[in-house]
Design a protein around this ligand. Sequence first.
Ligand code: SF4
Length: 212
Amino acid sequence: MTKEKLALEIIERLKKEYPDAGCTLDYDQAWKLLVSVRLAAQCTDARVNVVVEGLYEKFPDVDALAAAAVAEIEEIVRPCGLGKSKARDISACMKILKEDYDGKIPKDFNALLKLPGVGRKSANLIMGDVFGEPAIVTDTHCIRLVNRMGLVDGIKEPKKVEMALWKIIPPKEGSDFCHRLVYHGRDICTARTKPYCDRCCLQDICAKNGVE
Ligand code: SF4
């Protein structure tokens, strides 16, 4: 099977398995997703979702967060780890949104990449989730799973995985596909040495099982 055909088959099967898979970070305004993706580095989404409640209670909008002292932000986001650098980035991002974008998130991948602490993974997540644009989010689940499945061959560097996937995933499917990989990676194709292949809807087409 070609990688393109394999990708289409996997996309369809994961759609059936996880019909409602979406972003696991909670947010009701776009700028909040920007805050949450920064906090999610080396932290679980579940913890981020709890921590941001306290953050928004004290600083409910972009202006309030932009005006907040970095130390005050750090105090609240510390449970997510890397508190100092995350607080610094969040503060700087909010100031840029306020001053350059009228408090909004720019709908431009390269503009997003220029924001402090925003890398390709975060920029893709925002383009896909906030703006409904084509996006490939290469997080740890994505990289592990697409290698196991045989969609890429031994590529671990996030940008290279992203570029390889752009060639075989229909653009409009990318964002949801990556969300579904997170669900599948947590439940079935886990990071343990032996994932739960016996319970996997992809076992007859997965490269890890020796399927060409
Ligand atoms: S068959 Fe196994 S390795 Fe392949 S996707 Fe499923 S759980 Fe992962």
